[in-house]
Write a protein that binds this ligand. Structure first.
Ligand code: NAD
Length: 492
């Protein structure tokens, strides 16, 4: 089967998805462009307070009519399993909507993003009847226990780089825990999450439990955070927005926040890493995959002196082996940047980095050969010192810096970053060094001989320091959507 498709033939949802159906509401119109060729597609409106109020009312009604938090956990699981099956049955449609509206490639959105979305829903459906409390030690004739309870209505606010996957990491555990959820996706990529909500409604997820409202961050996003009936917020996005959301959540009811934020992740490559061809492929993929628009992108490559020249040559070769093109062409391996605004920001940062002393090894410019969309050449920089913007700030594009070290301890210390601590990888055949690096690196996720998450659902994701608070995925991912109550019963 060919995966390549014509994006003009795909029907896109519009409006918002509230109370189990598409709803159009008045509001400022926001144009949405296909990233790959900048063609305008179905626009959205900025939902604002009106849409948030409507979603909250739908969520309350949904919770009370379905008894979602009170029914047998196995019954909740049964409904979520049906939702997962429906996602798989609609994987082709969902994968196409995701590909045409974002930077995700059609070669991966059907069998990857859509099928993995179903997998995440299933993974959390299995948790429904495995939420357990605690009975604590007491004297006789006293029962003291801790029960875990859902918040009621929770919110998920997500970015544009993996629209349905990132959203499902939140909505699936939120629902499994017995909550209703209000999701806001990025204004740049609104369609696939609405399509997912529609699939959920048709599969029998009770109306009002999974709502998607569209709009801008500082208007609709902020209104969700501020709403008094929204009990907690799980956010993925930039560190700057995370700080704004945390402030707003504190000011509007001391609401708990899970924050999955930006990164500046190191890839530590030791001379004994093994076959340099294979290592260079995975190290390069870690900063050019999805055109570098990945929170965990391995944007700081730290290589042992002995292999640095040869390894750099191999990385350059790798950056030339891409095939840039539209996301709906199955032969494309390298997508566009999400918007012209992001392209200008990335190029501006590269120019500034150069003016502050960085040297371009390869790339360093907009891809002029593809002027139908915002494409950027995979770029390697060197001479990026600790005051350089290329070190201090996240590019969120296909750009990495290379630096060298001569001894292991020096390399390890170079992995630290003053602001970020999202992820890191170490590439070596010496397991003692690998484990020392895993112990020593200050980051929420560390990989040995790979960079980036496996599709495994058990591996939790979260950052240290400016990269965030709390976890998505794994058991911690459902605990985030539960609060604890201590009960003391005196029956003396
Ligand atoms: P962003 O912070 O600009 O926006 C993320 C979401 O927040 C969007 O839906 C946006 O509309 C909303 N938003 C913006 N301002 C808001 C406000 N004041 N109140 C409420 N909501 C608001 O991020 P982005 O540009 O969409 O995504 C890129 C960033 O996301 C990068 O920094 C990247 O590292 C990060 N990211 C992190 C992870 C992770 O798991 N740690 C995963 C993916 C992306």
């Amino acid at each position: 089967m060919t995966l390549t498709f014509n994006p003009d033939t795909v029907t896109l949802p519009s409006g918002h998805h509230i109370g189990g159906k598409f709803v159009s509401l008045p509001g400022e119109e926001i144009a949405v462009l296909r990233p790959s060729d900048q063609v305008a597609i179905s626009p959205i409106t900025d939902g604002g307070a009106n849409a948030v109020d409507m979603a909250v009312e739908a969520a309350k009604k949904g919770l009370s009519e379905s008894g979602w938090a009170k029914i047998k956990p196995r019954e909740r699981a049964r409904i979520l399993f049906r939702f997962a099956e429906a996602v798989e049955a609609n994987a082709e449609y969902l994968g196409r909507v995701e590909a045409l509206g974002s930077s995700r490639l059609i070669s991966g959105t059907i069998t990857g993003d859509a099928v993995r979305t179903a997998g995440v829903i299933r993974y959390y459906a299995e948790f429904c009847d495995k939420v357990e409390g605690l009975v604590t030690a007491t004297e006789d004739n006293v029962l003291s226990y801790v029960r875990k309870e859902p918040y009621g209505i929770v919110a998920g606010i997500v970015p544009w780089n993996f629209p349905i996957i990132t959203a499902t990491w939140k909505l699936a555990p939120a629902l499994a825990a017995g909550n209703a959820v209000i999701m806001k996706t990025s204004e740049l990529t609104p369609h696939s999450l609405m399509a997912l909500a529609d699939i959920a409604a048709k599969a029998g997820v009770p109306a009002g439990l999974f709502n998607v409202i569209n709009g801008l961050g500082h208007t609709t996003g902020a209104e969700i955070v501020k709403h008094p009936d929204v009990g907690m917020i799980s956010f993925t996005g930039s560190t700057k927005t995370g700080a704004a959301i945390m402030t707003l959540a504190a000011q509007s009811g001391i609401k708990p926040t899970v924050l999955e934020l930006g990164g500046k992740s190191p890839q530590l490559v030791l001379a004994d890493a093994g076959d340099l061809d294979a290592v260079s492929v995975r190290v390069a993929n870690a900063f050019i995959g999805n055109a570098g628009q990945v929170c965990t992108a391995g944007s700081r490559i730290i290589v042992e002196d002995k292999i640095a020249d040869e390894f750099t040559e191999k990385l350059i070769e790798r950056t030339k082996a891409i095939k840039a093109g539209p996301t709906w062409d199955e032969t494309t391996t390298f997508p566009s940047i999400i918007s012209t605004g992001q392209l200008a920001r990335i190029d501006g940062m590269v120019r500034e980095s150069i003016s502050q002393g960085a040297t371009v090894i390869t790339g360093g410019s907009v891809m002029e050969s593809r002027n139908e969309g915002p494409f950027y050449n995979p770029t390697l920089l060197t001479d990026v010192d600790e005051n350089n913007i290329g070190y201090t700030d996240e590019f969120f594009g296909p750009i990495a810096s290379i630096s060298r070290f001569s001894d292991f301890e020096e390399g390890l210390s170079m992995c630290a970053h003053p602001v970020y601590g999202l992820s890191a990888s170490v590439h070596t055949s010496d397991m003692a060094k690998a484990l020392k690096a895993a112990d020593g690196i200050e980051a929420g996720m560390v990989w040995v001989n790979q960079h980036g998450r496996d599709p495994e659902f058990t591996y939790q994701a979260g950052g240290y320091k400016g990269s965030g608070i709390g976890q998505d995925m794994g058991r911690a991912g459902i605990d985030a959507f539960l609060r604890e109550k201590a009960v003391w019963v005196n029956y003396r």
